[in-house]
Design a protein around this ligand. Structure first.
Ligand code: LCS
Length: 393
């Protein structure tokens, strides 16, 4: 059976490039920095590209290439570029498509550092930016300038869970010939395939759902076409933000169970969302699986499922949030998301505590906002834990 014709879970288990001569069921870890050549001519052929041989792990490594191939297959893209972290993926994309005098249009509620690095570091290199509420595509259209060279989106966004209409934004971008990049971390390719909507580049923090076991930090960029791949790959290679073979091996192992982990986490998340929506201490909740989500219909159309990320607001703001954080017993009070364990965090008292109210408002963070990454534990235990913590609020 050809790997292009098998289903998502079958690809997640089997897609790869290694045909191990010893028959290893699992891709071996090529924990090496360099590869020896048979002779000088062989070396010359590998360097010139006449022959596909491994040279040096920053440029390419079988264990890493295996993971790149598997994720690219799951996203239906041309090729994957594995990197050391999600932020390495974000910055490789910025470095590829932006430059002196170029302009970025991006969603206003991105993962904090994806926005902060533009406004604090890339600005030093003459890059202009406009952050808009991309959940209304008109705002994207209005922000485009003659020098706009990248549109960067996160959907659903972290932590506002706002959903952007990819088809509508791509239609606007195409009129101006601007590539669109989507950070697909919250969905993973199991729930959303941005290439179906004409997006050019997809990226992931694989630290989250793709690896799913909270034991590595990793990133991936997937290009839809050879043209985009050939622009992105040398930037990663020469920047040196490559992945390590052991990191690739762990990520490939996590990827095998992506579908079943998300099925279970999502089933749990739906039940948690209904519990929270009906709880008197909860002021509001945003979850794409609830009809109360402002883009419920769009989410249903664009995503194969609502996912496992929930944001909700507590009556009582900052103090209520802190009390809940100090009362959970099973859920881990931790940043990150997308793992098998339920994680809870309260940005106003934790990650964003030093930000001005203006900066928090820009990031979409109110004092009572709690973010929950629902895991695969027994649902009765997750709800019992949240219930007893809410009783103490
Ligand atoms: N993109 C999104 C949507 C993210 O949520 C994160 C990390 C990144 C990119 C960066 O990936 P990393 O370099 O950490 O692999 N999000 C985090 C969060 O919400 N809490 O801690 C990290």
């Amino acid at each position: 059976m050809h790997h292009d014709q098998i289903g998502f879970n079958s690809k997640a288990v089997h897609a790869g490039i290694i045909d191990d001569p010893l028959g290893s069921a699992v891709t071996p870890i090529y924990q090496t920095s360099t590869f020896s050549f048979e002779d000088a001519d062989h070396g010359a052929r590998c360097f010139s590209g006449e022959e596909k041989g491994y040279i040096y792990t920053r440029i390419g490594n079988p264990t890493i290439n295996d993971l790149e191939h598997a994720v690219a297959k799951l996203e239906n893209g041309y090729g994957g570029i594995a990197v050391s972290s999600g932020m390495a993926a974000v910055n490789t994309v910025y470095m590829t498509y932006l430059g002196q005098g170029k302009h970025l249009v991006a969603h206003n509620a991105l993962y904090g550092p994806s926005r902060a690095i533009i406004e604090s570091i890339w600005v030093k290199f003459g890059i202009e930016s406009t952050f808009v509420d991309a959940t209304d595509p008109i705002n994207v259209a209005n922000a485009i300038r003659p020098n706009t060279s990248l549109i960067f989106l996160e959907t659903p966004a972290n932590p506002t869970i706002g959903i952007t209409d990819l088809e509508a934004v791509v239609a606007i971008a195409k009129k101006h010939n601007i590539p669109v990049c989507v950070d697909n971390t919250f969905c993973s390719p199991y729930l959303q395939q941005p290439f179906d909507y004409g997006v050019s580049v997809v990226l992931h923090s694989m630290t989250k759902f793709i690896n799913g076991h909270a034991d590595i930090v990793a990133g991936m960029i997937v290009a839809k076409t050879k043209e985009h791949y050939d622009r992105l790959r040398p930037v990663m290679v020469n920047m040196g933000c490559n992945m390590d073979p052991h990191q690739a091996w762990l990520t490939r192992r996590g990827l095998k169970t992506l579908g079943i982990r998300i099925d279970r986490a999502q089933e749990n998340a739906m039940k948690v969302a209904v519990f929270l929506e009906n709880h008197p201490k909860v002021e509001w909740i945003l979850y794409p699986g609830l009809t109360s989500h402002p883009q419920y219909e769009l989410g249903k159309r664009q995503m194969k499922g609502p996912g496992a990320m929930i944001s909700f607001g507590l009556h009582g703001g900052l103090e209520a949030g802190k009390r809940m954080m100090n009362s959970v017993q099973m859920a881990l009070l931790a940043v990150s998301l997308g793992g098998i364990e339920t994680l809870i965090q309260h940005p106003a008292s934790m990650t964003h505590s030093k930000l001005s109210s203006e900066a928090k408002k820009i990031a979409g963070i109110s004092d009572g906002l709690v973010r929950l990454s629902v895991g695969i534990e027994d649902i009765e235990d997750i709800i019992a834990d949240l219930s007893q913590a809410l009783d103490k609020v």
